[in-house]
Design a protein around this ligand. Structure first.
Ligand code: SF4
Ligand code: FES
Length: 238
């Protein structure tokens, strides 16, 4: 018999039966059971009160992509001798897997990601909540006042749920943004106005307009701040 946790407070004694498509893993020192084929994030979401894994670019309706890395956890496949960092939204559960979701290393890593997101999107509620939870102070540098974190969920929802590509991520680096493909000025007839992009967006960056079509995030590139930062970086020490 083994003790398996259903949530943070309730456990049951079960027999590990052969031939059942269930795997057992330990999350923050509590063993849980989940059907094979799930990811660590899905397993933890089914066990309220166990583990703490934030996720930004994940939505159950679309395939995981691993864009934001905020869901990083430490895992061991050899009983706890060696641990490695993995993205919980991508990593499949395995029998005997040990998962740690809140070590100091993980908190530091998530804090760094939140600092970057706060510098880009200081006024987005979800980012502010994460900043409070992880003790991220006001960022020391500013990358603008965007509301899009470039997670790509809207683009994937359009492709995977609707089977269209009415929006896409265009450009690279600081110029990357969500736009109509090939930077067309307007959304094409591919957009059926379903609103899925707005629904899955974790930051509220996409809104449905009065014409029944999404209003895409407006990118505000802070040229002055970036120029000042670059000058600071390139000034050689005296
Ligand atoms: S608009 Fe929303 S869903 Fe789309 S990339 Fe930006 S934050 Fe993600
Ligand atoms: S939620 Fe896993 S990488 Fe974004």
């Amino acid at each position: 018999m083994a003790k398996v946790w259903i949530d943070g407070k309730t456990s049951i004694e079960v027999e590990h039966a052969e031939g059942i498509n269930v795997v057992h893993l330990t999350v923050d020192d509590k063993e849980i059971a989940v059907s094979n084929g799930k990811t660590i994030l899905e397993a933890v979401e089914r066990a309220p009160g166990i583990g703490n894994i934030p996720a930004l670019c994940h939505h159950p309706a679309v395939k995981p992509y691993g864009a934001c890395r905020i869901c990083t956890v430490e895992v061991s496949e050899d009983g706890g001798s060696k641990f490695k960092f993995v993205a919980a939204c991508l990593y499949p559960v395995k029998e005997g897997l040990i998962v740690k979701t809140q070590t100091e290393k993980i908190k530091k890593l998530r804090k760094g990601i939140i600092e970057l997101l706060s510098a880009r999107c200081p006024n987005v509620k979800r980012i502010q909540e994460l900043a409070d939870e992880y003790g991220v102070e006001k960022p020391s540098f500013v990358l603008g006042d965007q509301d899009c974190i470039l997670c790509g969920l809207c683009v994937r929802a359009c492709q995977e749920i609707i089977g269209k590509s009415a929006i896409s991520l265009v450009n690279r680096g600081i110029y990357k943004e969500v736009a109509a493909p090939f930077y067309a000025y307007e959304l094409s007839g591919d957009c059926i106005g379903c609103g899925d992009c707005a629904f899955v967006c974790p930051t509220g960056a996409i809104e449905m307009g009065a014409d029944g079509r999404p209003t895409l995030p407006k990118v505000k590139i802070p040229y002055a701040e970036i120029e000042a930062m670059m000058k600071k970086e390139t000034v050689s020490p005296s």
